[in-house]
Structure formats: C-alpha cells, structure tokens
Design a protein around this ligand. Sequence first.
Ligand code: DP6
Length: 400
Amino acid sequence: MAEEKPLTVVTCTAPVNIAVIKYWGKRDEELILPINSSLSVTLHQDQLKTTTTAAISRDFKEDRLWLNGEEADVGHPRLQSCLREMRRLARKRRGGSAGAAAPLSLAYKVHVASVNNFPTAAGLASSAAGYACLVHTLARLYGVEGELSEVARQGSGSACRSMHGGFVQWLMGERPDGKDSIAQQVVPETHWPELRVLILVVSAEKKPVGSTAGMQTSVDTSLLLKHRAEAVVPERMSQMIQFIQQRDFEGFGQLTMKDSNQFHATCLDTFPPIFYLNDVSRHIIALAHRFNAHHGKTKVAYTFDAGPNAVVFTLADTVEEFVEVVKCSFPPESNGDQFLKGLPARPASLSKELLSAVVLEPVPGAIRYILLTKPGPGPQPLDDPNLHLLGADGLPCPSA
Ligand code: DP6
C-alpha cells in the first residue's frame, strides 16, 4: 500500500522577457490592467531564469516565502493576490470536475522558495520571471490548467508575458474585470533562430525609481503618455507583429528603438520627470546609431527599461563584431571578471574604417559585462527531485 506523502512538492523555472513595445501605465492598479497593449521577446532560460519550488503539507503552520535564500514577507499584497487567485482556481476546478477528488487539501499552507540564476543587483527585471514562475509552479501543484497569464499579471504586469516563450503580446483588453487582459504567443522562439540578445550591464551607482511608482506618476501627469497609449501603440503593435512574422530585422530594430525612445520621452514628460537613462545609456544609443550608419542598415537595435542597462538585438552574424565594438568603446576594467558571459562568441578583429567611424572617445569601465543570450521557451517543470529548493522538512535546502 502506498504510504501517505507528508509533502507535495513542485519545482518549475520561468524566463525573463524584454519588451519591444513597452507597457507603461495602468488603468486599474489593483488588477494591474494596462493603458496599452505591449509586446516582448522571452529570453532564454539557460542565461536568465527564476527557479521556484512550492510545497504543501498539512504540517505547515503558515504560508512562507524565501527569495534567494532569505525569508521574505509573504503578506505582500501582489503575492497574496496570486496565491488567492490560484487557490480560487484550484477550488473551482475541484468543484467543476464531479467526483474527481482533489489530490490535496486547499486548506494546507504553502511554502515557496525562489532563486534567480542571475544577480538581482544586475538590475535585470526579476519580478516578471519571479511571478510567472510562482504562478506556473502553483498551477502544477494545484493541478490548475488554462489561462494563467491573467493571474501572473496580478503579480506584476510584465510577468504575464513571461508565461509564454518566443514573441509574446499582452493584449490590454477592455473589460473592467481584466478577463481579457492576457498574454498570447505571437510566434515561438524557433521562428527567428538567428536573433540574438545582448544585455549590456551598466555600472550604475543608484537604484532608479521603481516602475510601479514611476508609471503611476506618468499616468497622472504626462499628456505624451496619453497620446502614446491612444494613438501610437495600437498601430505599432500590428506593425511589430508583421516585422516579426516576416523576420524583418530592419523594421523590427527601428521600431524597437523608436518605442524605447518614446517610453523614455514619456518619462521626461512626467512631472516631476523621471530619468532612467544615464550617460552610459546615451553613449550606447549613439554607438548603435554610428554602427548602423557605418553599415548603411539597421544591424543592432537597443531598448531600455526602467534602468540604465541596454538590451541590444542583433543577428547571429553581427554578434562578434558588435561585442568587439562594445569592448573597444567601454574597455573593461581588469577586475578578473569575464566581460562576455552567456552564449559563447569568438573574438573579432575590426577594420580601421569601422574603428574610426564607430569607436569615438572610449569610456573605460562603464559597462560591467555583456550577457549574450537569445529568445527562449516559456516556463518549464523541473522533474528531477534533486533540484527542489525545499527539503523534506519543507525548509530551503542549504544550497538554495
Ligand atoms: C519599463 O511590470 O515592472 O519594463 O506592473 O507595476 O509590476 P508593474 O510594473 P512592471 O513594469 C515594466 C515596465 C517596463 C516595460 C515593459 O516591460 O513593458
């Protein structure tokens, strides 16, 4: 006879995503409903991912959460929204499937442990991967299926886009209850195999204004943001989808840069203004434009979120040359750290013409490192029990 299991444990991983049509501004702060649709590229989990283990046991006294090994506040309202929603869906599922006994009690408390395979300090958005992973993991734990981006959205808006791989749109929806504000895959990551993503991690001294607070001030004060949401984004969404479907890098790259620039323009139009780009970000922008001008076409495209780090899209045949250009423009300080992390790239030699046209006034040490990655799949289960972050006692494993 099978022994009763004291603990039910599930572990999953989820990706980071980077928007090429930006989400900025909510029409409902509670439900996290946006003022415009947005579109993103899901990044590969070999380079950037969150891993989450969730466990339930009748022995647990309370819900508990550990983030990167440290116990964190489980009472956070957005975390509570996701937990509540998942338990509600689990209850509904149980009620709906007549006779099918739920495998576990919904009254049991849950323990959740989550880690990132990248430093949180790098300023790379981790809340998207974090909430996507939480929702995906709880769904597996409770046996909930179906539309879950709507739940992840209530953790962090951009998290709903991390529920899918490849190229993903978040439809703003119209309904006040948010049921139609969901993320959908446009095409899978295999659609554009040559696409590469370089994250240029800028050495920044201070933490910028968080996106939640920043976008609310923008909604309250920026007329440009209102215009953008109403009159600019709808057309850009359909253009971007076409460029992606056609694998048109020229179109994709130009629109990506324009949309990032318009987002940062709305930040400047916010009152008091918000500055996410710094001098190094602006150097990278100028460098990308000189690089493209030298080649007579769009070969690299930058985008920036709520911080100074650049995310640069390019095609595989341009990676090595551009990495070398970045190295020459921002000579790494010899702190023993690898400058290029992630996918491998060979060193390239640059022509004199390229160097003199593109590399002007180098700024040593301004970029800490480059992370090379590519589009990747959505959340995944981890079936190997050795990879659980919670041990048999329901507490974080020493290695987690
Ligand atoms: C600039 O999703 O972090 O990265 O919904 O308040 O959690 P909340 O905000 P968040 O905002 C992301 C803003 C952005 C653009 C984007 O990812 O679309």
